[in-house]
Design a protein around this ligand. Sequence first.
Ligand SMILES: *Cc1c(COP(=O)(O)O)cnc(C)c1O
Length: 439
Amino acid sequence: MPQRPPLDSATLFERAQAVTPGGVNSPVRAFNAVGGTPRFIRSASGAWLTDVDGNDYVDLICSWGPMLLGHAHPEVIAAVQEAVARGTSYGTPTVPEVELAEEIVRRTPVERVRFVSSGTEATMSAIRLARGFTGRDVIVKFAGCYHGHVDSLLASAGSGLATFAVPGTPGVPASSTDLTLVLPYNDRAAVTAAFAEHGPRIAALITEATPGNMGVVPPEPGFNAFLAQTCRDAGALFISDEVMTGFRASAQGGWGLDGAVEGWAPDLMTFGKVMGGGFPAAAFGGRADIMRHLAPEGAVYQAGTLSGNPVATTAGLATLRLATDDVYAHLTATADALKAGVTDAFTAAGVAHRIQSAGTMFSVFFRDAEVRNFADASEQDEKAYAAFFHAMLEAGVYLPPSAYESWFVSAAHDDRAVQTVLDALPSAARAAASAGGNA
Ligand SMILES: *Cc1c(COP(=O)(O)O)cnc(C)c1O
């Protein structure tokens, strides 16, 4: 047998860059915001990642949210192994997709749900449905909210508040974003002005249930209810994007933090990440009278070869069934312990910081004032974050390689994992202090 060449992250990254743009299949993985070489992960178990170089890390990314129960949960793996042995895709209706849909309908306000394979597909389809249902074209979104790489949602604010957007990336034609309005988050006056000017043309407003893609920026009290009411008054639909927050921020997602308490429901919701149990599965759903407009019941076309895939929906179902109140209590306690550790270490080292939370989700901003929107989030000390990130990585903690992300924990983050993070924090905080603008 020929000797296999040694696998190390640096060599693999070179090989990857020769065959894949930037060496990665999703940009943030490339470490561009923090510098250095991404670690190639060989395996994961519970709260831990193991890279090809043989290093172990406490995982604070959790696949960007999905791994609510931790990696390779024995019951999820067993369910998936049984499902795989029965064949991996039939292109017909199956049992697990019905059961997963029932579970989602039970836990959220949606009455009907349609499965797709990614969060991007979910938001894209929800928007098409909203336009088909209302017969209108304009979409409202907020700066800093990420809804996947849908053309019309990769939009930057135009020159004035209630003016239409410009493409946020090359490759998106202006004709894809000139029906999109981009507003500052948590800004009721901007929403009121946009609806006053364009209300009769607005098909839907889409927002993250509680934003987590600019770091965690919770809605101010009553903001989501205000959005829902503004949409209702204008005959537009309120789309709550729960791809990140669904079954993660709380047992009932972001909606569980305010809508369930205040007594309103979105017209449409999108899900992904946790509900796929680590597989490519996502969904959109909502009011039955709206969802009825989807093919084959209605005229709005939408389809997918692997939609409702039996292996992916089995993994999602196993995950949601194991996501009990105890799991959410554990996530909260774990997040609290980490937040306290960050506060102590950063205060001792004199690092400007602000921790914001939404249910079990939290993030650490490298600035000392409240972050209400994307403009606030952009005023972080990114150099300090990069130094902090690398010091943590050296100490065995895998944080998101960007200052604009939530930190994710799982049911498998036990005392040993938490202690590893707490032990790493003081010297990483000092590294941040000497690299940052506030040293
Ligand atoms: C991750 C995410 C998406 C996109 O999901 P993909 O599966 O990456 O396409 C959409 N919306 C939100 C809120 C997300 O966090």
